[in-house]
Design a protein around this ligand. Structure first.
Ligand code: DSN
Length: 417
């Protein structure tokens, strides 16, 4: 029972140290990633991992839950205050699970729903045929307009009126523009259906008021807690009061057993942090940084899907540069700039190759980077992508990445000697 990790299991301890050093030494631009605080990490690594607590606060199937009840209630209260939601369930283990739980609460297998196509920036769980969502329900995909590369609301309305779905799922993993929730509500009202907004990517922006909130316009909202929200890896459902019981039942006992109480405690810490004025300033800086990065990349001749960004991410179309997304992401990673290959709308390449990369600023902004650093990162990206396989240039870029990351310290407390 006793002993520190490095004494008990030096192999795992070494891997964890290597990951700490990797995170410190690289420039993280994956739009869905972030660096959670030491306080969040501490709660996540706590004794709450030991406790079973099936049920909900003060209504449990196991004894010994008096502190568990307190922490889950705190998480719920804080999430309600943060989002202005009528009801919150903090137990979903992940964003995918949260979506699944909403579907099982209101849909029957075979029911029709509309979801944004994965190929246009949507998420797997919004009806992709390779996912449970597409296999269980009759999901009809909608997408972006070919010319503007923005959500095609006319198409969405036409599909909604033609198919009369029970649910419209809105939200994306790779969409750089504001989502017009009031317009989607009005389409749903015309078609007579519910709306689920999956705001996993933009949740932090929403609580800071940097992106409009879906809460007044949607019966259901799901999110993860580890992206722009900067908390532990996990999910959450927010809904109107009238659906509280149905949603709670769909989560437990419908889909999950024991909640991950250490993660729920860390969610409570995350919400506490997100309620602070600093968090609002942080979210504003994420968007300012994304605009600065997008503008600088455009200046180097990179075409951005939809011409730019309103949020924390951008999609870079590499077609004219004659580089695939796969080669670009791997080449950047060689230099210590971490991004992911990503399909662009109407992509001619397969999802494993792609014509684009997705870049996001939440993690770099957490490190304190601002507009000047975004300009430098754009310059490094441009050098790397215009000089693929040029070893001397790559060595210079690696040095610049080292210098840049050293100037913005991260997790010094987690480094062992
Ligand atoms: N995997 C996440 C992303 O990168 O956007 C979505 O779940």
């Amino acid at each position: 029972m006793s002993g520190k990790l490095k004494e008990v299991d030096p192999e795992v301890a070494e891997i964890l140290q290597a990951e700490v050093r990797r995170e410190i030494g690289e420039i993280e631009l994956i739009a869905s990633e972030n660096f959670s605080s030491l306080a969040v990490l501490e709660a996540q690594g706590s004794v709450l991992t030991n406790k079973y607590a099936e049920g909900y606060p003060y209504r449990r199937y196991y004894e010994g839950c008096r502190y568990i009840d307190q922490v889950e209630q705190l998480a719920i209260d804080r999430a309600q205050a943060l989002f202005g939601a009528e009801h919150v369930n903090v137990q979903p283990h992940s964003g995918s699970q949260a979506d699944l739980e909403v579907y099982t609460a209101i849909l029957k297998p075979g029911d029709t729903a509309l979801g944004m196509s994965l190929a246009h920036g949507g998420h797997l769980t919004h009806g992709s045929p390779v996912n449970f969502s597409g296999q269980t329900y009759n999901f009809i995909p909608y997408g972006v307009d070919r010319r503007t590369e923005r959500l095609d609301l006319d198409q969405l309305r036409e599909l909604a009126l033609r198919h009369r779905p029970k649910l419209i799922v809105v939200g994306a993993s790779a969409y750089p523009r504001i989502i017009d929730f009031p317009a989607i509500r009005s389409i749903a009202d015309e078609a007579g259906c519910y709306v689920l907004a999956d705001i996993a990517h933009i949740a932090g922006l929403v609580v800071a008021g940097v992106h409009p909130s879906p809460i007044p316009y949607c019966e259901f909202v799901t999110t993860t807690t580890h992206k722009t929200l900067r908390g532990p890896r996990g999910g959450m459902i927010l809904c109107r009061k009238e659906f509280a019981r149905t949603i709670d039942k769909a989560v437990f006992p419908g889909m999950q057993g024991g909640p991950l109480m250490h993660i729920i405690a860390a969610k409570a810490v995350c919400f506490h942090e997100a309620l602070s004025p600093e968090f609002k300033a942080y979210q504003q800086q994420i968007v300012t940084n994304a605009k600065a990065l997008a503008e600088a990349l455009s200046g180097y001749g990179f075409r951005l899907v939809s011409g730019g960004t309103d949020n924390h991410l951008m999609l870079v179309d590499l077609t004219l540069k004659e580089i695939t997304g796969k080669v670009a992401a791997q080449s950047l990673a060689e230099c210590g700039i971490i991004a992911n290959k990503n399909e662009i709308p109407f992509d001619k390449q397969s999802p494993m190759i792609t014509s684009g990369i997705r870049l996001g600023t939440p993690a770099a902004t957490t490190r304190g980077m601002k507009e000047p650093e975004m300009k430098l990162i754009a310059e490094l990206i441009s050098q790397a992508l215009h000089n693929i396989d040029h070893t001397a240039v790559y060595n210079e870029i690696k040095q610049e990445v080292k210098k840049l990351s050293a100037g913005f310290p991260l997790y010094p407390e987690l480094l062992s000697n």
